[in-house]
Design a protein around this ligand. Structure first.
Ligand code: GEK
Length: 236
């Protein structure tokens, strides 16, 4: 695994993009930046085991290097599901295709806003909706809801914000402490924060719940939280 040292230098002064430099170190970057990331992958496998319906489709939207795509594949063994991973970063998709070339999964380089969702029993958005323009989020979730079979689920993991200013500050401090404990310097943490400023837009869990219901889901629950990172399950 290549070590993420992107923000040790100041040459990446523009907004964060999922280019080749990021794709190369991404496995290390996400593991050291998102508390609970490994656990969300383990549980995507378990949730796929619970919810994947025989001969249905399983989508991993914003699949990056295909970690959650693999979890969907392992969790649905024997159910003859068609597994589709989608990402609009060519650098990510090239690496993802290479890693998963032995697996029977379909990997597409496409904007998830253009992906048709059909005959699905499990859809995963693992830390991806936060990068979609706010005004496009409801349309995307409504499309996913429409493409799910009855009893199907959306697994939605996100970095979140909090209404209460004290709680917001404390959770951000704890996340930054986590990053320091993973070996990132204060300078790297600060540069990454600036790079993500208008790129990753977090919302509160209430905003997510309300939007999921508006999109047509009958219920949504948080099944995981670590500091300002949560994962929710929304049921059709
Ligand atoms: C994992 N889910 O390892 N269309 C397609 N892809 C997109 C779009 C879009 N509109 N917007 C962003 N992406 C993965 C981790 S990373 C999370 C997901 C992070 C893609 C983007 O190219 C990147 O690969 C991914 O979403 C976000 O479980 O970096 O914090």
């Amino acid at each position: 695994m290549h070590h993420d040292s992107i923000y040790t230098s100041n040459i990446h002064s523009k907004g964060f993009v999922f280019d080749d430099k990021v794709a190369r170190v991404f496995a290390d970057m996400i593991r050291r930046s998102v508390p609970g990331y490994g656990q969300t992958l383990q549980m995507v496998e378990l949730l796929a085991h619970e919810y994947a319906q025989a001969e249905s489709r399983l989508y991993d939207l914003g699949c990056s290097l295909g970690a959650a795509t693999m979890a969907l594949s392992c969790g649905s063994v024997g159910k003859k599901c068609h597994i589709i991973g989608v990402d609009n970063s060519p650098a990510m998709i090239d690496r993802c295709k290479e890693t998963l070339k032995e697996k029977s999964v379909e990997i597409r380089c496409q904007d998830i806003l253009d992906t048709d969702i059909d005959h699905a029993s499990v859809v995963v958005l693992n830390f991806v909706l936060q990068f979609v323009a706010k005004e496009k989020r409801l349309g995307l979730l409504a499309k996913i809801h429409q493409g799910l079979k009855p009893g199907g689920v959306l697994i939605l993991s996100e970095k979140i914000a909090f209404d209460d200013a004290d709680e917001n500050r404390r959770q951000i401090e704890l996340h930054e402490a986590f990053k320091r404990a993973q070996g990132y310097s204060d300078m790297e943490i600060s540069r990454k924060r600036t790079a993500l400023e208008h790129v990753l837009i977090p919302e509160t869990t209430n905003a997510h719940h309300d939007r999921l219901i508006q999109a047509g889901f009958s219920a949504s629950h948080i099944w995981f939280q670590c500091f300002n990172f949560v994962s929710m399950i929304a049921v059709k």
